[in-house]
Design a binder for this molecule. Structure first.
Ligand SMILES: [Zn+2]
Length: 267
C-alpha cells in the first residue's frame, strides 16, 4: 500500500473514532460529531440536580434495589445542532424563571441569539420554553419556532400564562409540523406522545434527543413502565418510552434528553 493511501486510511479511521464519542467542550457543554454535523448538549441548570424518588410511581422495593432512595440524577438541558454555520436550537430551558444558562452557554460557543434561525420544541412545558422569553419579549428575534401540530393545538386552547405569552411573542414565526415533515438540517421528528399530547423526539444522524420521554434515567432505562408525575397520559407515555428506547438500543444511538444525567449516553 502506498504511503499516501495508508495515511488517508488512518485519517479516515481517526475521523470515524471521533464521530463515535462524546467530547467535552467546556464544563457545561458536551458534543457529538455525527456524519453530517455536530450536536451540542448544553446544561441549563446551575449546579447539580436530582429528582426525588417519589416523583416516580415505582414501588419502594424497586427504588431500594437500584439504590435510588436519595434521588435520581437529572438535569435541565438544551441542544444545538450545527452544520456549515447553520444552527438549530432544540428547546430553550428555564430562562429567567429559573436562572437558565442557555445564553451564557451560547456565548461560550461564540453564538448570539440572532444566529439561531430555527428552534425546535419537544413540548411546551415551562422548563423547555422559559428561555424563549426575556421580560415577555422574544429572545430569538430571527428564529422560527417549530412546534408539533398536536402540541400547538393543545396549548393554544389552554389558559396557561407562559405558553400563551410564548405563542403571542413568536406569532407570525410559528411553524407547526407533523412526524413526517422535513425539518431543518434534515432532523427527523419522532412522535412520542404521553408526557404531553404532542411531545416529539428528534433524531440527527446517530443522535436521538428524547425530550422528556425519560425523567429518571437510572430508573427508567431498565424500567420504562414507571412514570414521573409530569407524564400527562401515563399509558401512552409508557408505550412511547418503550418504543423509543428500543429503537435507540437497536440502532446504537447516542441518547440525549432534557433531564438526562449526562448530555449524551451511547446505547
Ligand atoms: Zn421537562
Amino acid at each position: 500500500m502506498k504511503k499516501s493511501i495508508l495515511a488517508a486510511c488512518m485519517a479516515a479511521l481517526v475521523l470515524t473514532a471521533c464521530k463515535n464519542k462524546v467530547e467535552d467542550y467546556s464544563e457545561r457543554i458536551s458534543f457529538v460529531q455525527t456524519q453530517d454535523g455536530t450536536v451540542y448538549g448544553l446544561q441549563d441548570n446551575e449546579g447539580d440536580k436530582k429528582h426525588p424518588a417519589d416523583l416516580f410511581d415505582a414501588p419502594d422495593s424497586v427504588i431500594q434495589m437500584l439504590g435510588l432512595e436519595e434521588g435520581i440524577e437529572s438535569s435541565i438541558r438544551t441542544y444545538i445542532v450545527c452544520k456549515d454555520n447553520y444552527y438549530v436550537l432544540i428547546d430553550a430551558g428555564l430562562g429567567e424563571m429559573g436562572h437558565g444558562q442557555l445564553l451564557q452557554n451560547m456565548q461560550e460557543l461564540g453564538l448570539e441569539p440572532d444566529t439561531i434561525k430555527q428552534i425546535l420544541i419537544t413540548h411546551m412545558h415551562g422548563d423547555h420554553i422559559g428561555g424563549l422569553l426575556s421580560e415577555g419579549e422574544p429572545v430569538f428575534k430571527q428564529a422560527d419556532l417549530c412546534i408539533s401540530v398536536d402540541e400547538y393545538e393543545f396549548w393554544n386552547k389552554e389558559e396557561n400564562q407562559l405558553q400563551q405569552a410564548v405563542l403571542k411573542a413568536y406569532a407570525g414565526r410559528i411553524v407547526t409540523f407533523n412526524e413526517e415533515d422535513l425539518l431543518p438540517l434534515g432532523i427527523k421528528a419522532i412522535a412520542v406522545p404521553g408526557h404531553t399530547p404532542g411531545h416529539m423526539a428528534f433524531q440527527y444522524g446517530n443522535v436521538m434527543i428524547i425530550g422528556d420521554a425519560v425523567h429518571g434515567w437510572d430508573l427508567q432505562k431498565e424500567h420504562p413502565e414507571y412514570c414521573a408525575r409530569f407524564d400527562m397520559d401515563k399509558d401512552s407515555a409508557i408505550q412511547s418510552r418503550k418504543q423509543l428506547l428500543d429503537y435507540c438500543k437497536t440502532n446504537k444511538l447516542f441518547v440525549g434528553g432534557m433531564h438526562m444525567p449526562k448530555a449524551f449516553i451511547q446505547l
